[in-house]
Design a protein around this ligand. Structure first.
Ligand code: ADP
Ligand code: MG
Length: 290
């Protein structure tokens, strides 16, 4: 009778928008100690809009947006969509870049109309020792905004700030995890200020910012080595290695194909509260069997 109960649960789950791809991991969901969440697109809506554009003298705003958006048109990242939509709003005509390349967890580069263009993270700026106005940067990121830098021919042209929204459902989910005594953690490639801003908003137990994709995967292993059973929840290509390492990998349905192919469970409704529903359903299913 046991497999029947499981089959029925799988069907019930599917109806509620939880696609179970790996039953063994689903069974383990009832014993989880910690859940790690990606930030962008998972705890937040992943819909960035540009809020501020800080030009470096001598560069022209429309031109900088045109160059940046021409590159970003090639990327699936939520930041990319935000910059691309700004160009659309202003009816700026884009060109197809040459030698387009994404720099994992740090941004993109390519050549637009013969100019070398890059859109990169603060971490990249630090590594390459490109200087920028730190006060402006701190002010923007202190407001919970994600800041990226546009470089043209290796020179800084502009700082672009984008804002995302914390999902309302994330707040509820974090509250319920607390009641279940499950640790809520966040891993993000975004900067520390933005990460702390979200963490405070959601009252998370632990936060790790400015982590590269392979570091997300390593962090999952560290949590496991501490003896915790851990789930990872994410939406991006950059979350896939961590989803694979976790005891339970949960992909947000609105996310990328790579995340969904790697996950054990898919949240069709992209609602973090459904992580709690998986735990409850796993408990209900496997209690009946014993
Ligand atoms: P997250 O963990 O929040 O999903 P990522 O690892 O995807 O973040 O990205 C980390 C950082 O790299 C971003 O905050 C941004 O600074 C930079 N970045 C990534 N992709 C892009 C892009 N398409 N355009 C500009 N910057 C990007
Ligand atoms: Mg993400």
């Amino acid at each position: 009778a046991a497999p029947l109960v499981v089959a029925r649960s799988t069907a019930i789950a599917a109806k509620r928008g939880l696609l179970i791809r790996n039953r063994a991991s689903f069974e383990g969901a009832r014993n989880l100690d910690a859940i790690v969440f990606d930030k962008t697109g998972t705890l937040t809506e992943g819909k960035f809009g540009i809020t501020d554009i800080k030009m470096v003298e001598s560069s022209e705003e429309e031109e900088v947006i045109r160059l940046a958006a021409s590159l970003e048109a090639q990327s699936e990242h939520p930041i990319a969509r935000g910059i691309f939509e700004e160009a659309e709003k202003r009816s700026i005509k884009l060109t197809e870049p040459e030698n387009f390349q994404s720099i994992t967890g740090k941004g993109l580069k390519g050549s637009v109309d013969g100019k070398r263009v890059m859109v990169v993270s603060p971490g990249y700026m630090e590594e390459e020792r490109v200087s920028y106005d730190v006060d402006t940067y701190q002010k923007l990121s202190g407001e919970g905004k994600t800041v990226v830098f546009v470089l043209v021919e290796g020179e800084l042209s502009a700082m672009i700030a984008l804002a995302d929204k914390v999902r309302e459902s994330s707040k509820e989910a974090m509250k319920r995890l607390k009641e279940l005594n499950i640790r809520a953690m966040m891993l993000t490639g975004d900067n520390k200020q933005v990460a702390n801003w979200v963490a405070k908003n959601l009252d998370l137990d632990e936060v790790y910012a400015e982590v590269l994709p392979h570091q997300k995967a390593d962090k999952i292993n560290e949590v496991k080595e501490e003896g915790m059973r851990v789930a990872m929840t994410g939406d991006g290509v950059n979350d896939a290695p961590a989803l694979a390492n976790a005891d339970l990998g949960i992909a947000v349905g609105a996310g990328t194909d790579v995340a969904m192919e790697t996950a054990d469970v898919i949240l069709v409704k992209s609602n973090p509260n459904d992580v709690v529903s998986i735990i409850a359903l796993s408990k209900a299913t496997y209690r009946k069997m014993i």
